[in-house]
Design a protein around this ligand. Sequence first.
Ligand code: FPP
Ligand code: MG
Length: 297
Amino acid sequence: MSWIRERTLNWFQLLALKIIRTGHVPKHVAFIMDGNRRYANKQKVAGIEGHVRGFDKLAETLSWCRDLGITEVTVYAFSIENYNRSKEEVDGLMELAKCKFMRLLEEKDKLAEQGVCIRVIGNLSLLSEDMRKLIAEAMIITENNKKATLNLAFSYTSKDEITHAIKDIAEGVKHADILPEDINESLISQCLYTYKSSNPDLLIRTSGEVRFSDFLLWQISNTCIYFTNVLWPEFSLWNLFSAVFYYQRCYSDLQKVVKIQNLEPQVHNDRVSMYLNKLHHERQVMIENMYRSSVQS
Ligand code: FPP
Ligand code: MG
């Protein structure tokens, strides 16, 4: 199944889409795609089939987001906690992800046509070398696509992300690149895996579970949260419309919070700017080296 879907909406869905687009549409939506195994159980198919259907639903949801004008999507594709599942399931999920990343590389031209940039956020050191190479290739070949961004949280948890940010900052202080008094919220945000992104406007979690499961905890402090009982593989266009409509009803309250907290981006001093340039450059070089080794092998 392809990552890129053609538009298949009927006239009634298109009408609803037009109406929703007259209101504020969130720019960045995050998804906790939960309920794949319960779906597989319900359908009496193997557990991995639930994840396969979950991927198909992701591709379909991305096309709806594109139609709505949502320009950035972040999905929880594999949590570090998921390594604790059975070997059979972890191997199955990794194999599925590998297949899908290979498919993504084949669809390079389509992604360029649609302007989709792929970023993987997470602890890549926990992944196998071949997986890292595929991920690096996907990121490098799509990095100049500017119309939309898909962030795949893979081998990710927030606590791990924040721990790494703190370690990077501690190293910066140790080498006197920055001073302890330079540490503030903005510096921490810029050291997270998500430093290139704005915070999500809307977070949607499916399957009736009402928790965040260590996903984007730093980034969602002012995000509109929408929980729905539907299992991820059964998520429909109408479920997405309901979530966006909920966001539109919350919009004026959210704007008030943003104004009260004066969430203007902070300007860094030259020392911090230099440190951040160096850190971001090192991360880019790491991805480029993984990419080069994949092209050479
Ligand atoms: C949660 O459902 C879902 C996952 C742990 C995996 C999500 C992965 C996909 C949708 C495939 C995406 C693949 C790529 C390459 C992006 P669950 O297993 O927790 O189901 P349950 O809550 O019913 O037990
Ligand atoms: Mg679950």
